[in-house]
Structures are given as structure tokens and as C-alpha cells.
Write a protein that binds this ligand. Structure first.
Ligand SMILES: [Fe+2]
Length: 303
């Protein structure tokens, strides 16, 4: 769709970055089927102005001329850290829920982020993940649902490293089998949006940290899915996979590969509530999904 029309329907002035794709050149006027506010990396914590900023973001999205039908939160809802006490981790979740209860009336679905999993050396990773699931009101870390003619898939990127400490990004065997089956079971005319905390494919992972070592680019397996090639191959067998969104890097980028748009959608917290992270401002994405399988993904700042 034309960018000026997109901005008009967003009810906002030009700013941020947008991507849009039309799947059917003969379609007359595609009808918006679903509007999603994609929030990621909120990193609520008692300090700084995290709760205030999160409230501001929720007000911004709910005051748009066309209000989103759904909030998609791709994780890192709290600051967390293996170094904090269980009490402090619990207080962060309390604050997160307090803001949501007071300031939000839009339905929300979530993915688990690495910061949501409280896992000091004395605790188990799976217990930490279970706690994050309970706080995010989910019974499974990966799942899918249909909404207004689109199929939405939420993935679980975060897995404990084989050596027992830290995490890396992948789908385990059970999850990749489930994904294969879920894609097979989705009618080929139903467009698909995929969401994960860690990007399946991203350009900004090259710039998150000092990644050039001895003249070689090095991207850690905790920054981008280590099984990207396998997932991309799977997507390629299903040309109804249109869009894959993520967070984690706190930077904004769009990679189009094999006709799938991979959008890494910045961070609500920006640089952990200290302004911009590199060139990316704190913000969230408005994703409009249309009835002909086309979509738009626009990053908006809320300050
Ligand atoms: Fe994060």
C-alpha cells in the first residue's frame, strides 16, 4: 500500500521506519483484517522511569485513531538477571502487572524472553522458564492460533546451553516437529505471521556489540537463532509465511529473504530506559495484516 495511505490509517505523522508488502497485484482495496501492536523488550524494573515509560507506550497505542486489536509482546517483559534475588525478580513482575492492570485493556499474547527467565546458578533453567510462563499467563511456550483470517505462530527461542549455564537461540526437536506439523496443517491460502523473542534472521545482530574479531564477523548463538537455516528452509516450503517478527537486539532492521520479511522491531525500553540504543529510539511496531495476505510493519516512537 502507499506509504501516505498507511500513515493516514495509522493516524500519525511520518517517522520511524516502515515496510509493506502486497501479495496480490490484482487485489482492489485490501481490507485490514487485524491490527497488532508489537511490543518487545519492555524490561520493567523499579528504577529509572521504566513503569512510566511502559504506561506511556500503552497509552500511545490505545489512543491511535485505529486502536490495535491485539498486543503481541515478544518477551523480556522484565529486567530480570541471574544476579538478582528472587524477591527482586518477583517485585519486577509485580510492577509489570500493576502497569498492565491499570493502563491496558487490549488483549495480549506473549513469548518468553531470556530476561524473563530467572536462573541464578542455584536454580534450574526449567523452573525459571515455568515462572516466566506463569507470569505471562501461558501454558505452553510455543503455540499458534487463527485470528481474522491470519495464522499467528508464537515460538520459544530460549534454550539452556548444553553445558548447563546461559542460553542460546533455537527450537528444540519437539518444537521444530510441532512447527512443521503446524505449517502443514495451515491451509495454503491462510497467511502466516511468526513471532519469536530472538530473531530468526537479522542484520542488526552484526552491530550489537563488538562483532568483528580478527577480521571475521562473529555472531553469537544467543543473538540470532542457531537453526535459522533449518527454519528458513521450512518456511520456503510454505509460501503463505509472510512475516517473522522479533525483538532481543533492541535495534531496528528488516531483512527480506526468500520473500519472507524478517522484522526486528527495536525495543520499548530503547537502551534499557536510557534513551536510544545506537540509532534506534524506544518504540514499538504497528503491524497491519490485510485480508489478501499483504501487511505493513511500521515502527513508531511513543514519546
Ligand atoms: Fe532485551
Amino acid at each position: 500500500m502507499l506509504r501516505r495511505n498507511l500513515l493516514k490509517t495509522l493516524g500519525m505523522a511520518a517517522g520511524g521506519y516502515s515496510i509493506s508488502a502486497s501479495s496480490n497485484a490484482f487485489s482492489l482495496t485490501p481490507k485490514r483484517a487485524l491490527r497488532i501492536a508489537h511490543l518487545t523488550d519492555i524490561h520493567v524494573q523499579p528504577h529509572l522511569w521504566a513503569a512510566k515509560g511502559f504506561s506511556k507506550c500503552l497509552h500511545h497505542l490505545q489512543n491511535l485513531e485505529v486502536k490495535p486489536d491485539l498486543i503481541l509482546n515478544t518477551g523480556d517483559s522484565v529486567m530480570g538477571s541471574s544476579g538478582i534475588s528472587r524477591d527482586k525478580a518477583a517485585r519486577e513482575w509485580e510492577l509489570y502487572h500493576k502497569v498492565l492492570t491499570a493502563e491496558n485493556s487490549t488483549p495480549m499474547v506473549s513469548c518468553v524472553g531470556n530476561h524473563d527467565i530467572w536462573c541464578p546458578p542455584t536454580a534450574s533453567f526449567s523452573d525459571g522458564k515455568k515462572w516466566a510462563m506463569d507470569e505471562s499467563k501461558m501454558t505452553r511456550t510455543y503455540r499458534s492460533f487463527d485470528k481474522n483470517g491470519w495464522h499467528i505462530i508464537l515460538l520459544d527461542s530460549i534454550h539452556c546451553r548444553p553445558e548447563g549455564t546461559g542460553y542460546y537461540a533455537r527450537l528444540d526437536e519437539v518444537q521444530i516437529d510441532w512447527l512443521r506439523e503446524d505449517l502443514n496443517n495451515t491451509p495454503s491460502h491462510t497467511p502466516i505471521l511468526v513471532a519469536s523473542h530472538i530473531p530468526i534472521l537479522s542484520a542488526s545482530v552484526f552491530f550489537d556489540g563488538d562483532n568483528l574479531k580478527d577480521n571475521q564477523w562473529v555472531v553469537p548463538g544467543s543473538w540470532m537463532h542457531t537453526d535459522s537455516a533449518q527454519i528458513i528452509k521450512l518456511f520456503h516450503r510454505h509460501n503463505n509465511v509472510k512475516l517473522a517478527v522479533s525483538g532481543h537486539i533492541h535495534l531496528l532492521d528488516r531483512v527480506i529473504y526468500n520473500d519472507v520479511a524478517y522484522c526486528c522491531n527495536g525495543a520499548v525500553s530503547g537502551n534499557y530506559w536510557m534513551g536510544k540504543y545506537k540509532q534506534t529510539s524506544p518504540g514499538y511496531a504497528i503491524i497491519d495484516l490485510y485480508d489478501d495476505g499483504s501487511f505493513s510493519n511500521e515502527y513508531v516512537t511513543y514519546h
